[in-house]
Design a binder for this molecule. Structure first.
Ligand SMILES: NC(=O)c1ccc[n+]([C@@H]2O[C@H](COP(=O)([O-])OP(=O)(O)OC[C@H]3O[C@@H](n4cnc5c(N)ncnc54)[C@H](OP(=O)(O)O)[C@@H]3O)[C@@H](O)[C@H]2O)c1
Length: 261
């Protein structure tokens, strides 16, 4: 039996993927930091559909915790036909205000763990595999005052676009997803509200993102940008002079700060 691996399964978008996949009858291998949250999620999913569910609490910013996850996977002989990389940290503040620990943990969770897990899980793959990675519209352009998050997401977008081509012939479908706002944690919902019409036009529900991303990867789409407004923004940012885009972003994001949760 092949499993669908979901990191960040206990968060807003990860949970929407977990529910969607449970409804489709997929066997699930779920990752989150908190054992308690994972148990509650498992209970909720089993009420939806009686699928096989393995949960593994893992701190993706810790190499030893990640290695324990990988050795358990190797020992159990589990194989994966879907890898859904969702876990991420969205710290938002001027670069000079970061602690070194926060700089490192954001890069580890967003990039290092996503790269290492994808690489290792592909060595425990079923014959055909789908890989979805949740990047962000924040990675489309560099973002002053949201600089590191934006850079980690740009890295994911570039990496998985390359892998889409590199793995095409080995029956691995790779789609990178670039959501704008998604109504997940209360602080994010509040921030979307504060952005007024812009926020409203850009934002989607986690259920929408999950369903459309699963459809996109089944069609082997290279990239999926949820919603017309975000597609439009992506186009505009590619044609406007960089200095105009950067000045606009800097003005807009200067006064917003948020720490990791
Ligand atoms: N919401 C948006 O507006 C939006 C927009 C674009 C992209 N995204 C991206 O979408 C993804 C999910 O966002 P979300 O809004 O659903 O976030 P969320 O509700 O905060 O969920 C984040 C998930 O990542 C897990 N996680 C965080 N740090 C971890 C660590 N050190 N080790 C293991 N797991 C860890 C969390 O586990 P715990 O439950 O244990 O904390 C949780 O399951 C992120 O990659 C984010 O960058 C979000």
């Amino acid at each position: 039996m092949a499993y669908t691996f979901i990191s960040g399964a206990t968060g807003g978008i990860g949970k929407a993927f977990s529910i969607n996949c449970a409804k489709k009858g997929y066997s699930l291998y779920l990752i989150g930091r908190s054992e308690q949250k994972l148990l509650e999620l498992k209970e909720e999913l089993l009420k939806i559909n009686d699928v096989s569910i393995i949960c593994h609490a893992c701190d993706l910013s810790s190499e030893s915790s990640r290695n324990k996850l990988l050795s358990d996977i190797a020992e159990s002989g589990v194989v994966f036909d879907r890898i859904i990389n969702v876990a991420g940290i969205d710290i938002q503040k001027p670069f000079s205000e970061y602690s070194t620990d926060k700089l490192i943990s954001q890069m580890r969770v967003n990039n290092e763990s996503t790269v290492v897990l994808t690489h290792e899980l592909l060595s425990h793959r079923a014959e055909e595999v789908e890989v979805i990675t949740i990047s962000s519209m924040s990675g489309v352009s560099p973002m002053p005052y949201f600089a590191l998050y934006s850079a980690t997401k740009a890295m994911l977008t570039n990496l998985f676009v390359s892998l889409h081509y590199e793995l095409k012939k080995s029956k691995v479908k790779v789609t990178v997803v670039l959501p704008g706002g998604v109504y997940t944690r209360p602080d994010i919902v509040e921030q979307i509200k504060e952005q007024g019409l812009w926020g409203k036009l850009s934002a989607k529900t986690p259920e929408f993102v999950a369903e459309k991303s699963l459809r996109a990867v089944s069609k082997n789409k290279l990239k999926y940008i949820p919603g017309f407004f975000n597609k439009f923004l992506n186009f505009i940012m590619s044609v406007l002079p960089k200095r105009i885009v950067l000045a606009f972003i800097a003005r807009r994001w200067k006064n917003q700060t948020k720490d990791a949760f």
